[in-house]
Design a protein around this ligand. Structure first.
Ligand code: IVH
Length: 688
């Protein structure tokens, strides 16, 4: 038998992996154990590494291969991506109205036979056009304004259920597949859990998650937010010999090519096919693996579709039929204030239990003080509660006409708490330009304990190896460690008693703790986790004051004399050291033996990519909260200012950006959107 050439072997592996991917991601029916799959994948990777000329664009190894992009290139759609009309009647009768319109337009009378329809889901994600040339995926684009979208090929390649190659020996010369990229509920929940555990920003809902992932400039980051894709239509088609003649048969053909097509679809005669589907999906909606917006009805025959055509750039042959929003009214029993891991205080409405969107809701977030005041939510009010795809329900509005005479006072967070954190009693503050109140007892507050310990132990702080998230959870939940100094009181006995803790790792951890005691002043200052004090600021402070005592006792003026420290940072430092609990923790840490050499010179803060750069935030960013954006910019060494001037380097503009954006344009200051900011920061992080 002749020897197999590397090219043949690569082609065979590629075909095999495509087949396994399709079974796993599209059919949800794995054919081999994961380890076998991995072995094939690694074999292909090795082969391509040895023979780079064998690496094809449709190779499964190329799903996440591209470098971050500076921006997305525009793509002019060969066939415009249009939207569909929405049926306003949300009852099942809406389907009957559509059928009547179609029949009238076709000139059909009451005695004429029923029109055949196809009914499918209205996916709630981001519309994408996939272009296959001779069966190979060559381009993926967003809808954009319908005429021109953005080239998001790199990110769409990371969607494992999107075939890089059509599963047919005779693909059409050109086939554009249209569908929706979306984040499944389970992936959304998993992503947010992971973010929460790391103290990082979470996604508001799966839709934003999908949009953020697709429009992420770094495909490696996009790949961490897993998306799904469902085909529902097509764009340009060339050279498809036996092209089907009905919509449902087209979807069947796409499925046969290996494209994901949702199982929930029906086709049949007349309005009753549509009303039946509407009712069936209404009942199944909450158990679908993803959010939907409603259902879509389409005339099944492509010839009739062509006869009906378009009106106002919307097809006459299709309509979207939505469901009534998942909203209910209930009464506010109390407004509690919760303390998050970062000290953020969030008002939460305690509600009379109400069933909405498939679950019983007793709590709903009120986001922040301004939101409560804007909606004027008070204890005793009847409110509308909405549960979006997200798990956290929210209060939408107050039914003012039903406000009882004995309704509570207007909400005042500071007054309600008497100025103190409900968990630890430390002072609370709301910084200028911030929406959130925060607890200042960072080192002492039980709500912030885990975060404080993890930060203290992190690599750039006291670098305590082995003190990770799982262990901190155990130590705090088991009340073994309440405040930071307790770390230094851990003995072998206490540690070895913990779950899954081997003697060896316990001894290693004690070693690491002992080692961490000899540190430097900048590391220690950074390790305290003072708000707005990142690594660079900690270095500047250490250099300027030379000793911890001098820093702890510095006045606002003295703090502001440090380069790059403005009133807000100065105030955070003051407030932190004004809390007796925080001072106590610092003293105890020193008493435990944590020490540094105050005569040691402090090297200058390493120049960070955004050092010396001033950014202004305006409008609402799709994913990042203002707070998060600010923290990230500062972590990269940049400064966030409240007003635009000639000295501003970038203005980051979100939805409803107003005068600041106009000012930036007038002054010729560079304007970024959220994706642009993330790209800048990704460059800054150097590790994506
Ligand atoms: S058909 C020319 N079918 O809804 C008709 N659209 O307003 C093109 N969508 O942006 C659209 N599910 O992304 C169609 N089953 C479905 C859909 C669907 C979701 C989205 C689509 C478009 C918007 C239309």
């Amino acid at each position: 038998m002749p020897a197999v050439t590397p090219a043949e072997r690569a082609a065979a592996l590629r075909a095999e992996i495509h087949r396994l991917d399709h079974a796993y991601y599209v059919l949800d029916a794995p054919l081999v154990p994961d380890a076998d799959y991995d072995a094939r994948f690694r074999a292909l990777q090795a082969l391509e590494a040895a023979h780079p000329e064998l690496r094809t664009p449709d190779s499964p190894t190329q799903r996440v291969g591209g470098a971050p992009l500076p921006q997305f290139a525009p793509v002019r759609h060969a066939v415009p991506m249009l939207s569909i009309q929405t049926e306003t009647d949300t009852t099942p009768q809406g389907a009957v109205a559509f059928d009547l319109r179609v029949r009238n337009k076709l000139g059909l009378g009451a005695d004429d036979p029923p029109v055949a329809y196809n009914a499918e889901l209205k996916f709630d994600g981001l519309a994408i056009n996939l272009r296959y040339v001779h069966g190979v995926l060559v381009q993926a684009a967003t809808r954009g304004d319908g005429e021109t979208g953005e080239d998001v090929t790199q990110n769409v390649r990371t969607i494992r259920s999107v075939p890089l190659q059509l599963r047919t020996a005779h693909p059409p010369a050109v086939l554009e597949v249209r569908g929706e990229a979306l984040m499944q509920r389970a992936d959304f929940a998993r992503y947010n859990d992971r973010q929460r555990a790391k103290g990082l920003p979470t996604l508001v809902n799966p839709r934003n998650g999908a949009a953020g992932s697709i429009r992420q400039l770094d495909p490696a980051i996009a790949a961490q937010r897993p998306l799904a894709f469902y085909a529902y239509g097509w764009g340009e088609i060339q050279g498809w010999a036996d092209q089907p003649t009905t919509h449902h048969a087209m979807l069947d053909a796409l499925a046969a090519f290996g494209l994901p097509v949702a199982a929930q679809r029906v086709h049949g005669p007349g309005a009753q096919t549509l009303t039946g589907f509407h009712t069936q999906i209404a009942a199944a909606r909450d158990s679908l693996p993803f959010d939907i917006d409603g259902v879509v009805y389409k005339v099944d025959s492509l010839a009739l579709q062509a006869a009906l055509g378009f009106r106002n750039r919307e097809p006459v042959w299709a309509v979207a039929h939505k469901y009534p929003a998942q909203e209910r009214s209930t009464r506010v029993l109390a407004i509690d204030i919760q303390v998050g891991r970062t000290g953020k205080l969030t008002p939460v409405a305690k509600l009379e239990p109400v069933f909405v969107g498939g679950v019983t809701v007793t709590n709903a977030t009120l986001h922040n003080e301004d939101e409560v005041r804007r909606k004027d939510v008070r204890v005793g009010d009847r409110v509308v509660v909405r549960r979006a795809g997200d798990v956290i329900p929210e209060v939408v509005s107050v039914l003012l006409d039903q406000r009882p005479a004995d309704v509570g006072e207007p909400f005042d967070l500071y007054k309600q708490l008497g100025g103190h954190c409900p968990v630890c009693g430390s002072a609370i503050v709301r910084e200028q330009g911030e929406a959130d109140w925060r607890c200042t007892g960072g080192l002492f507050c039980a709500a912030q304990r885990k975060q404080a310990i993890l930060h203290y132990a992190s690599r750039r702080a006291l670098d305590i190896e082995g003190l990770g998230e799982k262990l901190v959870d155990q130590l705090v939940d088991g009340a073994v460690v309440r405040v930071l100094p307790d770390l230094y009181k851990l003995g072998l006995l206490k540690l070895a008693a913990l779950d899954r803790m081997a003697d060896k790792s316990a001894a290693n951890l004690l070693d690491a703790l002992e080692h961490s005691k000899a540190t430097t002043l900048p590391r220690f200052v950074y390790a305290l986790g003072i708000r707005n004090v990142g690594e660079a600021t900690a270095k500047e402070l250490a250099r300027h004051f030379g000793s911890l005592d001098a820093l702890m006792n510095a006045s606002l003026e003295q703090l502001q004399a440090v380069p790059d420290i403005g009133p807000i940072v100065a105030q955070s430092i003051r407030t932190f050291f004004e809390q007796p609990h925080n001072r106590e923790v610092v003293e105890q840490l020193r008493a435990c033996g944590v020490h540094w050499d105050e005569s040691a010179p402090v090297e200058s803060a390493t120049a960070k990519p955004l050092s010396g750069k001033t950014l202004v935030l305006t409008g609402t960013l799709p994913n990042l909260g203002r707070e998060d954006a600010k923290e990230r910019i500062e972590a990269a060494g940049g400064k966030v200012s409240g007003s635009v001037s000639k000295k501003t380097h970038y203005v980051v503009a979100g939805a409803e950006a107003g005068s600041k954006l106009a000012k930036a344009q007038e002054l010729g200051v560079a304007v970024l959107d959220e994706a642009g900011l993330l790209a800048l920061l990704a460059d800054a992080a150097g590790d994506g």
